[in-house]
Design a protein around this ligand. Structure first.
Ligand code: ADP
Ligand code: ADP
Length: 228
C-alpha cells in the first residue's frame, strides 16, 4: 500500500525533516508512528498524500508514484486516502450530515447516493442521532467521530491519522481507537502518528519509531517505548 525508498525531505529553510527513510506498509496493516515532537512524523504523512514532495527518493502509494504524479491526478490519490487530524478540521457552519456529505459531493456523487451512504456511515461511528448538529455543539469525541465518518465515506484504501486522540480524554480516545480497529478489520490500511502511550502498548500493532528524521525501530506487536 505504501512504499518509501530512500526518502529524504529537506524543507526550504534547510531543516532536514526526513533522512533516507525506507518503509513498506502492506495492505490491511495497522501501523503506529511514534517519536518525539519534530521527529518527522507529520512530514512522513504529508509525503504519502502528496501535500509535500520528497527532496530525494521514491514514494509509492497504492501502486502509483506520487512523485511522478501529475497535479491533476492528485485529487484521485486523495480520494483513496482518508485523513484524520488532531484538531478535527470540520467545517464549522455545516452540520454533521453536511460535513460528511461534502466529502462525497466533491467526488461528484449523486444526491441519491449521498442520502444512502451518509446515514450508514454516521451509524457506523455512532453519530446517527446528531446529524443536524454543528461542530460547536458537539463534544471533542463526537467531532472526531464525525471526522472519521468523513474520512471513510469514500471507502478509502488507506487512512492517515495525525495524533487523532491528541485532544480527547482517555475514554473518548479508546472509543475512537475501537472505531479505527473496526475500520481496519474491514481491510482499510491505517497509519497513525500518535503520542498515546497506553493505547500503543495495549494494541500490540506494528510500531515504527522516528527520531531526527530516521527510523530507529520498526517492530511487529511493539510498544510505545521508553525513550520517546
Ligand atoms: P513531528 O510530526 O514528528 O513532530 P514534523 O514532521 O512536523 O515532526 O517536523 C520535522 C522537522 O521538520 C521539525 O524540525 C520541523 O520543525 C520541521 N518542519 C516541519 N514542517 C516544516 C515546514 N513546512 N517548513 C520548515 N520546516 C518544517
Ligand atoms: P452498508 O451495508 O449499509 O453499506 P456498512 O456499515 O457496511 O453499511 O458501511 C457503510 C458505509 O461505510 C460504506 O458504504 C462505506 O462507504 C463506509 N465504510 C464502512 N466500512 C468502511 C471501511 N472499513 N473503510 C472505509 N469505508 C467504510
Amino acid at each position: 500500500m505504501i512504499q518509501l525508498y530512500n526518502v529524504s525531505k529537506i524543507y526550504p529553510n534547510e531543516v532536514k525533516a526526513l533522512n533516507d527513510i525506507t518503509l513498506h506498509v502492506k495492505k490491511g496493516e495497522f501501523v503506529f508512528l511514534v517519536g518525539p515532537s519534530g521527529a518527522g512524523k507529520s512530514t512522513l504523512t504529508k509525503l504519502i498524500c502528496r501535500e509535500e514532495l520528497p527532496s530525494r527518493g521514491q514514494v509509492i502509494v497504492n501502486g502509483r508514484s506520487v512523485v511522478r504524479m501529475k497535479n491533476r491526478e492528485v485529487p484521485y490519490l486523495r480520494r483513496k486516502i482518508g485523513m484524520v487530524f488532531q484538531d478535527f478540521r470540520l467545517i464549522p457552519n455545516k452540520t454533521v450530515f453536511e460535513n460528511v456529505a461534502f466529502a462525497l459531493e466533491v467526488t461528484g456523487a449523486s444526491r441519491k447516493e449521498i442520502r444512502r451512504v451518509v446515514p450508514s456511515v454516521l451509524r457506523m461511528v455512532g453519530m446517527e442521532k446528531k446529524v443536524n448538529m454543528r461542530p460547536a455543539q458537539l463534544s471533542g469525541g463526537e467531532q472526531q467521530r464525525t471526522a472519521v465518518a468523513r474520512a471513510i465515506v469514500n471507502n478509502p484504501v488507506l487512512i492517515l491519522a495525525d495524533e487523532p486522540t491528541g485532544n480527547l480524554d482517555p475514554d473518548n480516545s479508546w472509543e475512537l481507537m475501537k472505531l479505527f480497529m473496526d475500520i481496519n478489520r474491514r481491510g482499510t490500511t491505517i497509519l497513525m502518528a500518535t503520542h498515546a502511550r497506553d493505547i500503543v502498548d495495549d494494541m500490540k500493532k506494528r510500531v515504527v519509531q522516528l527520531e531526527n528524521g530516521t527510523i530507529v525501530r520498526d517492530e511487529e506487536g511493539g510498544v510505545y517505548g521508553h525513550d520517546v
